[in-house]
Design a binder for this molecule. Structure first.
Ligand SMILES: Cc1cc2nc3c(=O)[nH]c(=O)nc-3n(C[C@H](O)[C@H](O)[C@H](O)COP(=O)(O)OP(=O)(O)OC[C@H]3O[C@@H](n4cnc5c(N)ncnc54)[C@H](O)[C@@H]3O)c2cc1C
Length: 482
């Protein structure tokens, strides 16, 4: 990390045991697909190269002949941050961060989480311009997936706000990449799913805020068309719709929220009454779903009742309700380990985007889910803005629908393969960081700049050190190297 005349924000105490390689199982957030791997957990960014050294040029038969993949908090839903029989580089102890007030930037090691940063930045008057739907995501994971928030139309992706990053290459070199001086490798790393090297640190541009609060407008919408109209209408920049897809004849109705930061004197006033929460920029888990939660408790019938209640309890039309930023942005974080509700087989999150003008895809997907009786326990819809320059970045101007589906649902594989064709034909794509099942032909159809990305990646990793189960399964990388 380059020196900066700034304030140190966070550092976890060193853990001498963390560097020892550990054979263990690792999986994605959706559950159900964990694999055995050798996990390295360096104590800080400086220790990453040393930890990796024995595995960079392995002897035949070493686990590392299968390759290495960096990992953050493991909040990607599928197999992006795992490698069966290979080496997983856990970056979560690399957590130093420094705020530069004059430049309005934070320079953070890759393993610090969005939540840890918010906890320190917001009281100092600064905010990360883009946050996802959970605070438990690392800076490295946010860049490697080029994540987007509810404000994508106005703020773009996380990667757009990265001014520079440190990348450890397979050759053992640490490069400082910027969007100007090393545009090709920078863009291949943003959204590059950890396959160009290890992101060690990043300098991120911040937004000014004067409170940890948001003002929220809420509307109930009776149909999908009403939801789309509200999401496209006036209001705050943080927009999202919760859709009820279990509601019988009314599938597609929803609750739309549009939120904006409470700024200025109002912010200061409200900050005094933050609903009793000590730290409204983040959220604290109220409960944890225990391990071994039985399959079958979460049922379509139960979820229908829950959805009915949720819909009815939401205000029909409410303006200016003040909430903590964390409670509004990260509601799922209030229940720790919630994917366990889906039982042993876990859940698949199917998130896709289709361009503006292809709303029929949303209608068709919802209708087919209903006809095939595949239960969808959580569905959210966002409007996205212009795509950025990174070849593998997910967002494009249009509509992004995320569906949480039980992995064990009957007929789900064929149904989702059909959705893939529909999405690709419409010029859309599936989000790789959520994926656990996409086939190589679908990937090729959805990401038209794959060849360009592969050429840059292969140049940066000629021996094919970086590899994940996602990359092998979807054919993102060629597997001839090792
Ligand atoms: C409840 C929930 C809500 C979510 N909401 C959103 C949302 O609104 N918008 C959105 O875009 N995403 C969202 N996500 C997805 C999440 O933001 C991404 O999957 C993110 O990449 C996870 O970060 P992580 O630190 O857990 O990374 P991991 O899951 O550990 O890894 C994800 C990818 O990043 C790579 N990676 C991790 N660290 C590094 C590093 N240091 N160097 C190089 N590569 C690295 C890994 O190899 C892997 O390919 C959500 C996830 C959950 C669970």
């Amino acid at each position: 990390m380059p020196p900066a005349d700034d304030v140190t924000l966070s550092a976890r105490p060193p853990d001498p045991n963390s560097v020892r390689p550990r054979a263990t199982t690792v999986g994605g957030w959706g559950g159900g697909g964990a694999v055995s791997a050798l996990v390295l957990r360096p104590g800080d960014s400086d220790g990453v190269l040393a930890a990796l050294e024995p595995y960079r040029r392995p002897a035949p038969g070493d686990p590392s002949t299968r390759g290495v993949i960096p990992r953050g908090m493991g909040r990607s839903y599928g197999d992006a941050a795992q490698l069966a029989g290979g080496v997983v580089l856990d970056m979560t102890r690399c957590t130093d961060a420094r705020l530069n007030h004059d430049q309005g930037t934070v320079t953070a090691q890759a393993g610090v989480t969005i939540g840890e940063l918010l906890r320190r930045l917001v009281p100092a008057g600064w905010m990360l311009p883009v946050v996802p739907g959970t605070q438990h995501v690392t800076v490295g994971g946010a860049i490697a997936s080029d994540i987007h928030g509810k404000n994508h139309r106005t703020a773009g992706t996380f990667g757009i706000h990265v001014r520079a990053l440190g990348l450890l290459t397979s050759g053992g070199e640490t490069l400082e990449l910027t969007p100007e001086s090393t545009a090709g490798l920078f863009a291949a790393t943003v959204g590059g799913m950890g396959l160009t090297g290890v992101i060690l640190w990043a300098e991120i541009g911040l937004a000014r805020v004067s409170s940890p609060l948001v003002s929220v407008d809420t509307d109930r919408a009776a149909s999908l068309d009403d939801v789309l109209a509200l999401l496209a209408g006036p209001g705050g920049p943080h927009r999202v719709a919760w859709l009820d897809l279990q509601g019988g004849g009314r599938a597609g109705r929803g609750i739309v929220t549009r939120a904006e930061h409470v700024q200025g004197p109002d912010g200061a006033e409200h900050a005094d009454r933050t609903h009793g929460r000590k730290d409204p920029a983040t959220v604290r888990a109220q409960a944890t779903v225990p391990e071994g939660w039985p399959s079958g408790v979460l049922r379509a019938s139960t979820v229908s009742v829950f959805n009915e209640l949720r819909f009815r309890r939401a205000p029909r039309h409410e303006r200016g309700r003040v909430e903590g930023f964390g409670a509004h942005m990260f509601p799922l974080d209030a229940l720790d380990a919630w994917p366990r509700l889906y039982g042993k087989a876990g859940l698949l999150q199917y998130q896709f985007v289709v361009p503006d003008g292809h709303e029929y895809v949303l209608h068709t997907v919802i209708e087919r889910l209903r006809r095939r009786r595949v239960p969808c326990f959580l569905a959210t819809l966002k409007d996205l803005g212009t795509a950025n320059r990174a070849p593998l970045s997910f967002p494009l101007a249009g509509w992004a629908l995320a569906l949480d589906l039980p992995r064990a649902a009957r007929g789900i594989d064929g149904l989702l393969d059909g959705f893939d064709r529909l999405v690709a034909e419409a010029g859309g794509r599936v989000y790789l960081t959520k994926d656990a099942r996409l086939r190589p032909d679908a990937l090729e159809a959805m990401y038209p700049r794959l060849t360009e990305w592969r050429a840059t990646r292969d140049g940066a990793d000629p021996d094919g050190l970086w590899r994940s189960d996602l990359a092998v399964r979807t054919g993102l990388i060629s597997v001839d190297h090792r």
